[in-house]
Ligand binder design. Structure first.
Ligand code: SAM
Ligand code: SF4
Length: 328
C-alpha cells in the first residue's frame, strides 16, 4: 500500500478498547467517559479487519488502547493474529500495555508469537507513579514486566517526558532498564484531547529531558531502526539503547508507515489529524469486502504531517480525540 505521497504503509495499530484501569494525567481526564459498548467493534470484527489488512500488505500489527489487556477475550485476538506470525504472513505482532495485567497474560502472549512488547512506565517511584496514573501501583507493573521477561518476551519501556515531574526519574529508570535488559524510549507529550491541564506546561523537548544522561554519559546516535518513529542513541558506558520519539521537537512524518484502527472501527491515517474513514457501518452492511474500497480511500487521506506544533502554540485547535481512542 502506498499513500498519496508515495510512503509505503505496512504497519497497523489497533486500539482494541478505549477503556483503561489507569487514568494517566496526560492521557485522560479524571472523569473520562468511554464509548458505549454497542459502538465498539466486536473482537471477531477486529480480527477479520486485521486479516484483511494483512492481505493488503500490512506486515506489523500493534495492539493498543486504552489498555488492550482489560478487554475480555483478548486471548482470542492474540491467538488468531499470532497464527499469522507463525505462517509468515505477518512479521510481527506486538502490544503496548500499562503492564498491570501482564502477570496474567505473559504466558499466553509468548505462546502466541508475541516476542516483544512496550510497557509504559513514567517513573519507578511508587508515590509519583500513583500520582501520575491517579492511583495505580508500580509494583504490579514491575511484577508484570518480570513475568514477561521470564517467558522470553523482550520489553521496551515507554516513558513520557513530563516537564517538572519526572526528569529526576530518568537516571534510575535507565539503570533499571540496563539491569533487566530492557530498551528505553522517551516520548514527548502530544496535545490530544482535553485532560484539564495546559499542554504547553506539560511539554519538554526530549533532547532537554535527557540531560541527566547526557551530563553523565556519552550519548551518541546509532543506526538502529524499529517499525516506529523513534530515533536511537547509545548511552555508554552504561550500555543502554535509548529511543526518542519527538513529534514536536523533531518531526518524523516523512517516514510514517502506519495507519490506525480505532475501537469503533474508524481508520485514522494520522494521530494528529481528524481525517478518517468509517469502516464499521460499511463492514456491517456490505461485508468484509468493504475494507478493500475504504482502505484505498483512506490511503488518499493520509496527510503529509501532523499539526501538533500549531496545536500547542494555539494557532490550531487541539484535537478533541484522546490518545486512548485512536491508540497510542
Ligand atoms: N494503555 C497502554 C499504555 O499505557 O501503554 C496503551 C495505550 S497508551 C495510550 C500508549 C502510549 O501512549 C503510552 O506509552 C502512553 O504513555 C502514551 N500517551 C498517552 N497519552 C499521551 C500523550 N498525550 N502524549 C504522548 N504520549 C501519550
Ligand atoms: Fe491508560 Fe495507557 Fe492512557 Fe495510561 S496511557 S490512561 S495506561 S491508556
Amino acid at each position: 500500500m502506498l499513500d498519496g505521497f508515495g510512503r509505503k504503509i505496512d504497519y497497523l495499530r489497533i486500539s482494541v478498547t478505549d477503556r483503561c484501569n489507569f487514568r494517566c494525567q496526560y492521557c485522560m481526564s479524571e472523569n473520562m467517559t468511554f464509548m458505549p459498548k454497542s459502538e465498539l467493534l466486536t473482537l471477531e470484527e477486529i480480527t477479520l479487519i486485521a486479516e484483511r489488512f494483512i492481505g493488503h500488505g500490512v506486515k506489523k500489527i500493534r495492539l493498543t488502547g486504552g489498555e488492550p489487556l482489560v478487554r475480555r477475550d483478548m486471548s482470542d485476538v492474540i491467538q488468531r493474529l499470532g497464527r499469522k506470525v507463525k505462517s509468515g504472513e505477518l512479521e510481527e505482532l506486538t502490544l503496548t500495555t500499562n503492564g498491570s495485567l501482564l502477570s496474567e497474560y505473559a504466558d499466553h502472549l509468548a505462546i502466541h508469537n508475541v516476542h516483544r512488547i512496550n510497557v509504559s512506565m513514567d517513573t519507578l517511584d511508587p508515590e509519583k507513579f500513583a500520582e501520575i496514573t491517579r492511583g495505580a501501583k508500580v509494583e504490579q507493573v514491575l511484577a508484570g514486566i518480570s513475568a514477561a521477561r521470564q517467558v522470553g518476551i523482550r520489553v521496551k519501556i515507554n516513558m513520557v517526558a513530563l516537564r517538572d515531574f519526572n526528569q529526576d526519574d530518568l537516571l534510575p529508570m535507565a539503570e533499571y532498564c540496563v539491569k533487566h535488559g530492557h530498551d528505553l524510549t522517551v516520548i514527548e507529550t502530544m496535545p490530544l484531547g482535553d485532560v484539564g491541564a495546559d499542554r504547553k506546561l506539560e511539554h519538554i523537548p526530549a533532547e532537554k529531558f535527557i540531560a541527566p544522561l547526557t551530563d553523565r554519559y556519552s550519548v551518541n546516535p546509532i543506526t538502529h531502526q524499529s517499525a516506529g518513529p523513534a530515533r536511537y542513541l547509545a548511552v555508554e558506558p552504561l550500555g543502554l539503547r535509548l529511543g526518542l520519539i519527538t513529534p514536536l521537537s523533531n518531526n518524523f512524518c516523512d517516514n510514517c508507515n502506519r495507519l490506525r484502527l480505532t475501537t469503533d472501527g474508524k481508520i485514522f491515517m494520522c494521530l494528529g489529524h481528524n481525517a478518517h474513514v468509517d469502516l464499521r457501518a460499511a463492514v456491517r452492511n456490505e461485508g468484509i469486502e468493504a475494507v478493500d474500497r475504504l482502505l484505498q480511500k483512506a490511503l488518499k487521506l493520509k496527510p503529509l504531517r501532523h499539526d501538533f506544533n500549531a496545536q500547542l502554540d494555539g494557532s490550531a485547535d487541539i484535537l478533541e480525540r484522546h490518545m486512548n481512542v485512536t491508540g497510542g
